[in-house]
Design a binder for this molecule. Structure first.
Ligand code: ZN
Length: 331
């Protein structure tokens, strides 16, 4: 495999991590495989060692139609270090999904021409749902996942692969992948670690779905200023922790980091006619405290009406706007 080829794979990894709002710093050389990186965000951080190969069908009539694989080249064993997580990954370019294999099942010297398999339908399901476990037998499961699930996969690495130990729990994990809206009380798993993992996974899937729907509806533009950089986030109109909050697209707004903060802190609000309003009381306080530098620019960048998604059903629900404004202290 050429260096160029591997470098593309590192690009996919870094993009997956940074798109999820995490940062990457390189520990090892970027042209040395396995890749060694540190992923971090605020006060969380994790060192990761990543082995990765392209996923192919490999052809040949002898092989099952449904079976895809990575061919392990350039390594006769996997290195395991105490303070870092070791990932063994495949990348399926066609659908842009990863496959994760359980390194603990492949310790020691690898056999001749080693390859790891994953079912094609698991890869396809992951493209649709975000993530899909694939039973390999012998208590081993592979996990197919979309790039927006990458960090979640790293965080729950061992716990996710441990689902290979229980057919019943694996069935629940599978169900969650297909329907993450399921209520936590309806998740029937005895094992505490696996239960926590399922709850975390379902929340992550709901969050990524919401984010994707909202950002797509607003074509990745801030509804308040129209900016279209990677800094655009999916904000909830009725805040997440409120009992009436929902993950419907119409309870979402795409906002840049600045306007997201301004919205959550009630410096700006949206009226039920979709106009943008400024909180004059807060503005006066800021002026009195001489904390209003750049204020003119701030207001000039604000649109008078927010950007609206083309589909009416995606637009902010007027009732949600009213509730949200009450919650944030607007009269
Ligand atoms: Zn903005």
């Amino acid at each position: 495999m050429t260096r160029h080829n591997k470098y593309d794979l590192l690009d996919q990894i870094v993009k997956a991590i940074t798109d999820s709002g995490w940062n990457v710093s390189y520990i090892g050389n970027t042209d040395e495989h396995p890749f060694r990186i540190q992923i971090y965000r605020e006060n969380e951080s994790q060192r990761v060692c990543i082995y990765i190969w392209h996923i192919t069908h490999g052809g040949g009539k002898a092989r099952p139609q449904n079976e895809y694989r990575i061919q392990i080249t350039g390594a006769d064993h996997f290195e395991i270090n105490k303070d870092e997580k070791t990932l063994v990954l495949g990348w399926w370019q066609e659908a842009e999904v990863f496959a994760g294999f359980d390194v603990r099942k492949h310790l020691g010297k690898l056999g001749f021409s080693p390859s790891f398999q994953i079912r094609e339908d698991a890869l396809r399901q992951a493209y649709i749902n975000g993530f899909c476990p694939s039973d390999k037998g012998n208590n081993e499961i592979a996990i197919a996942f979309r790039p927006d699930f990458f960090v979640e996969y790293v965080q729950n690495l061992e716990a996710l692969h441990n689902f290979g130990q229980s057919t019943e729990d694996l069935a629940v994990l599978n169900e969650i992948a297909q329907n993450p809206e399921i209520n936590n009380e309806n998740i029937h798993i005895q094992d505490m670690e696996r239960k926590i993992t399922v709850v975390s996974v379902s929340k992550k899937l709901r969050d990524t779905n919401f984010r994707k729907r909202v950002l797509t509806a607003y074509t990745y533009r801030c509804a308040a200023c129209g900016i279209q950089l990677k800094l655009v986030e999916a904000a909830h109109i009725i805040p997440v922790n409120h009992e009436n909050s929902t993950d419907e697209t119409r309870n979402g707004l795409a906002l840049c980091a600045l306007h997201h903060k301004a919205y959550d802190q009630a410096l700006i609000a949206i009226n039920d006619d979709y106009s943008v309003k400024l909180n004059q009381i807060q503005v006066n306080t800021l002026k009195a405290e001489k904390l209003d530098a750049g204020f003119v620019g701030f207001t000039q960048n604000l649109r008078s009406l927010i950007l609206l998604p083309p589909a009416i059903s995606d637009r902010p629900h007027v009732e949600y706007i009213k509730i949200a404004n009450r919650i944030r202290g607007w009269k």
